[in-house]
Design a protein around this ligand. Structure first.
Ligand SMILES: CC(C)(O)CC(=O)SCCNC(=O)CCNC(=O)[C@H](O)C(C)(C)COP(=O)(O)OP(=O)(O)OC[C@H]1O[C@@H](n2cnc3c(N)ncnc32)[C@H](O)[C@@H]1OP(=O)(O)O
Length: 258
């Protein structure tokens, strides 16, 4: 376990686990935390011994949003010249699958961070929301875009305009959450899921992630063509031969991530 100022980092086999660690502020996302999360994700993403990256918070809060105390005095020039929050966009470039394990509050930037991940597992206590409007701002880490793609315009619009929070059951029904688990099981369950993903062929998992993400950025016809070409390219991997041979030989595949 190596400590940073605002996060904990643990490597468990092929899984990197990042725990947000500002408990007194409900893991509010300040600049330091943003720098640490982004740089650790980039470091893990560049490490071929890591096959999945898990981001989690505490039982009470995944993250209660961007740090309002840090933001309150900033001027337009401050946020414009710094391109405030742009660093979070770098998580969207990670090729390694990202898993969010969310318990308690995932509000504002917390909800946006969870939505930057590829798989979102939530505990039965999780609460999601984009309450920025109540602070006189709008989402700034992609919430208006990713929430709309996840839950549709009607629900996203209502949440962004009223600041209403959504309990986890509603979030799952709406398609924001992959799965709900009891709070006591959240971390174990999320680590098991991350481990399952990390044991797959890393290049093929990256290709699967790229293909699913392409569906957000292209027409159906272009997306299906992209998927087909990436599918063809899996036949250039050693792991395709290993995976299919293992099936035929009735054994567990031993992927070499090549
Ligand atoms: C990224 C963007 C652009 O999208 C913008 C944003 O993310 S804006 C922030 C959006 N989030 C919010 O508006 C939520 C703010 N927090 C709350 O509404 C409440 O804290 C709560 C409902 C999550 C929990 O309430 P409660 O249980 O009563 O706990 P509190 O006493 O309010 O909080 C404990 C402690 O944490 C501090 N805190 C909580 N959230 C934040 C935050 N986002 N930024 C900074 N600090 C936060 C809170 O101030 C308390 O600390 P003390 O003041 O007691 O030292």
């Amino acid at each position: 376990m190596s400590d940073y100022e605002t996060i904990l980092l643990e490597r468990r086999g092929r899984v990197g686990i990042i725990t947000l660690n500002r408990p007194k502020a409900l893991n509010a996302l300040n600049s330091q935390l943003m720098r640490e999360v982004v740089s650790v994700v980039e470091e893990l993403d560049a490490d071929s011994d890591i096959g999945a990256i898990l981001i989690t918070g505490s039982e009470r809060a995944f993250a209660a949003g961007a740090d309002i105390k840090e933001m309150q005095p900033k001027s337009y020039m401050d946020v414009y010249l710094d391109d405030f929050f742009a660093a979070w966009d770098r998580l969207a470039s990670a090729r390694t699958p990202l898993i969010a394990a969310v318990s308690g509050y995932a509000l504002g930037g917390g909800c946006e961070l969870a939505m930057l991940c590829d798989v979102l597992i939530a505990s039965d206590t999780a609460v999601f929301g984009q309450p920025e409007i109540k602070l006189g701002v709008i989402p700034g880490i992609g919430g208006s875009q990713r929430l709309t793609r996840a839950v549709g315009k009607a629900k996203a619009m209502e949440m962004c305009l009223t600041g209403r929070n959504m309990k986890v059951e509603e979030a799952e029904r709406a398609g924001l959450v992959s799965r709900i688990v009891p709070v006591a099981d959240l971390l174990d369950d999320a680590i098991a899921t991350a481990t399952t993903i990390a044991e797959m062929s890393l290049p093929v998992a990256m290709m699967a992630k790229e293909a699913v993400n392409r569906s957000f950025e292209s027409s159906l016809r272009e997306g299906v063509l992209f998927e087909r070409r990436v599918f063809h390219s899996t036949f250039a991997t050693e792991d395709q031969k290993e995976g299919m041979s293992a099936f035929i030989e009735k054994r567990t595949p031993n992927f070499q991530h090549r």
